[in-house]
Design a protein around this ligand. Sequence first.
Ligand code: GDP
Ligand code: MG
Length: 438
Amino acid sequence: MFGLEGLKGIVNRLITSATIDKKSLEEILKEIRTTLIKADVDLKLVDEILEKIRKRCFEEKIPAGLTLREHALKVIYEELVNLLGGEPSELLGKKKIMFVGLFGSGKTTSVAKIARYFQKKGLKPALICLDYHRPAAPEQLKELAEKINAAFYIDESKNPYEAAKKSLEKFKKYDVLIFDTAGRNALDEELAKELKKLAEIIKPNEVLLTIPAEIGKVAKKQSEEFNKLVGITGIVLTRLDGTAKGGGALSACAATGAKVKFIGTGEKVDDFEVYDPKRFISRLLGLGDLQTLLEKAKEAEIKPEKVEKFVEGKFTLQDFMEQIEAMQKMGPLGKIVQMIPGLGMKLPEDLMEKQEEKMKHYKYIIQSMTKEERENPEIINSSRIKRISRGSGRPEAEVRELLDQYNKMKKLLKSLGGVSGLQRGKFKELAKQFGFKF
Ligand code: GDP
Ligand code: MG
């Protein structure tokens, strides 16, 4: 989708192939190079990163306790993180945030997304329309604000400067004020003048530039130009979900020093993440991201211990039920499983598709079980199935199906440790080196 997905297969080969020596590693590095170039990463940057990886793998001493394979994996991971941004830089606290960017770059959508993000953190955002250049813009902001139940301001006089002044007064008691400015087709003088004047009135703590990921490595030029004219504090890279040039855009932004702070990964208001290169690359490489998973779990009010239990494959039918319910709150299951270390997309697809409609039925079935049955599903024999079926009003076949799904999932998660040919212990050790907490 955004051009770097191929890295997962390459890294998987690094992890699973029978032996890794200099020659096979060279092959792998060549493939990484091709993938990065295809994703529109600047050629110079690509060659720099490959040079670094080669040097660390072939010229420097491999740290004690690591094989060449493990060391190479770690090096590739670390260098990709550097290429795509290094350390994350989040926004927190009471802020005035001004969004800038060209027409259609995703400003208004991102304004709503970031408001939603603050809402989830328990802060009260207000959305302010400063785009009176495009007639439909105020209505779009209004619709989005209403969708997420956030306060908003649209100025009757259609004057952006008046709107900025009045909203500052009106939303004094709000935690985060988010200003949606007008774009243009290009960063021309008129736009620069307007943004400068608005910035003088607002005195924003953050000026976020939205850049659509499909412009690839051109992102560097665009961010530098905007920075020169209005001074930006960060980038929101939008539409990362729909382009093969996302890798190029990310690396181009990283190269300017203007940090990508958020990424847009879809059209919906929840398709928005803090951009954390480490997590991003871990997920990209199929190493999973327990940390993000735990955070999402917190948002959906699930206890982290439960998620760990789930990830470890130790759970009862009762847990199974609670997990699926809670995960539904967290978002599409497909997105969640990508974050489970080593699991990738291996959950049975039919389970994912069916689960929504089956949910209610499964609930009746589990509710008709005794506590003992829920804790030890293996005791459920055919006479118990009959009883459960009668009690829940669901066919026996469905009771069997639920047990089957539960067993499949449990088995799958148990096998996690052996995933990618690494022993569980080893995997954990390696994961620790990557900064995951187990
Ligand atoms: P603005 O002119 O800068 O305010 O841009 P808009 O917020 O109106 O967005 C332009 C288009 O991009 C709209 O159709 C949005 O739905 C779409 N869009 C914005 N962000 C994303 C994203 O992260 N993913 C996808 N797929 N579409 C997005
Ligand atoms: Mg807009």
